[in-house]
Ligand binder design. Structure first.
Ligand code: PLP
Length: 400
């Protein structure tokens, strides 16, 4: 075998999102891109805010000597200061530069965090439905993912189920709020309850357990909701996030780790994370992007744009008989599959040129994901296909 057996297996069972994307390319060739409705990818179709380009032009117009050189593996001091003061001002938690490590996106932040904390065989609890890359990231660093379901009706945290899953090997729990794929935001009361359980388990098991809150969608929250800051509810907590979604910069790979100022051995964790950022080969987060995001901490893409798309799809699909939780944030819907077999449903959708991802791709068979970070005109054009699919799969297909 030319490559590692494990990687060969991973490629063969490759991600649903990628599979559907490839199917889409085929359909576009046959039917023309106007007639294919691709809701598979969480790749924002809007551009970064105007201030991003203004700051970029300023840097390009007056280059400073050394601005493209290596810097400290943790990132520029000014950027870390800007991030720390943004979090402090929006949450009231006293955060400093030493709590911030700039990374290559939230993916980089997750890998660095997991490498820093995991011993071989340590367990990491992930909450279904989840972003499937978590499994690969945990495995990258010798950990073992443990699936726990959220509440199947609301997709909110099932605290007793999390408590039952904690063992003498548990090292971390990963939460993701606002959530991909469900769009839910966990309220302060749930986070507080989770924090209390984890504190109790830490005492009982005499073991440090980390809570990792993955928050790349934190600024994409609707209806005046805010994502509560996890540091208020649990000391050994870490925020991993990026500007892939809130500033629409996924290709630029810029994000960060923020650690709670009250974390046990927090300075040691940060020292380990800086080492891992270096030795995983990231070395440091991209220099140019660090300079830019330092100036853009209070900016975000137009959340109303996503809200309009959410409302259009949610209202039309629910009228047709599809059943789903109304998302509080992010840019995904996660309806119940009208057919028991979600893969069969997604195949049926494909015949109407509708490209969706089965819930199986998120550890949650029986559902499907719709990524609505797409052109609103495409959403409007897709409605007759949704209606035909509803009728074909036993729903009413009524108009709004
Ligand atoms: N976490 C979640 C829940 C995501 O949906 C994504 C990307 O889609 C990521 C992490 C990774 O984001 P990044 O581009 O910052 O690496």
């Amino acid at each position: 075998m030319a490559i590692a057996e494990k990687i060969q297996r991973c490629i063969e069972s490759s991600s649903w999102i990628r599979k559907m994307f490839e199917e889409g390319a085929k359909l576009r060739q046959i039917h023309g891109s106007e007639n294919v409705y691709d809701f598979t990818l969480g790749n924002p179709n809007i551009d970064p805010p105007p201030l991003f380009y203004e700051e970029l032009m300023k840097i390009a117009a007056a280059p400073e000597h050394g601005q493209h050189r290596y810097m400290s593996n943790a990132g520029y001091d000014e950027t870390r200061d800007a991030v720390a003061s943004f979090i402090a001002s929006s949450s009231g938690v006293d955060l400093q530069r030493r709590n911030i490590l700039m990374t290559c996106g939230a993916s980089g932040a997750l890998n660095v965090s997991l490498k820093t904390m995991l011993n071989p065989g340590d367990e990491v609890i992930i909450l279904a439905p989840y972003f499937v890359e978590y499994k690969f990231y945990i495995d990258n660093h010798g950990g073992v993912p443990v699936d726990v379901w959220t509440n199947r009706d609301s997709f909110q945290l099932d605290i007793p189920a999390i408590e039952r899953a904690i063992t003498t090997k548990t090292r971390a729990v990963i939460i993701n709020t606002p959530n991909n794929p469900t769009g839910v935001i966990y309220p302060a009361e749930s986070l507080s309850a989770l924090g209390q359980i984890l504190e109790r388990k830490e005492r009982e098991l005499e073991r440090q357990i980390y809570l990792i809150s993955d928050e790349p969608y934190a600024r994409i929250a609707y209806d005046l909701l805010e994502v509560p800051n996890i540091f208020k509810y649990y000391d050994n907590s870490i925020i991993v996030t990026s500007h892939s979604k809130d500033l629409a910069l996924p290709g630029e790979r810029i994000g960060y780790i923020a650690t709670s100022p009250t974390m046990t051995h927090g300075d040691l964790f940060m020292e380990g994370a800086i080492f891992c950022n270096r030795t995983l080969g990231f070395v440091n987060a991209p220099a140019l992007m660090q300079r830019l995001v330092a100036k853009l901490q209070h900016e975000s893409v137009d959340v109303d744009d996503y809200r309009e798309k959410r409302d259009l799809l949610y209202e039309n699909l629910t009228a047709m008989g599809y059943s789903m939780v109304k998302p509080d944030g992010a840019f995904y819907l996660f309806p119940k599959s009208p057919l028991a077999d979600d893969v069969a449903f997604v195949r049926a959708a494909q015949k109407h040129n509708l490209l969706l991802v089965p819930g199986a791709g998120f550890g949650a068979p029986g559902y499907f994901r719709v990524a609505y970070c797409v052109d609103i005109e495409m959403i409007k054009r897709s409605l007759p296909a949704w209606r035909a699919l509803a009728i074909e799969t036993g729903l009413s297909g009524e108009s709004k």
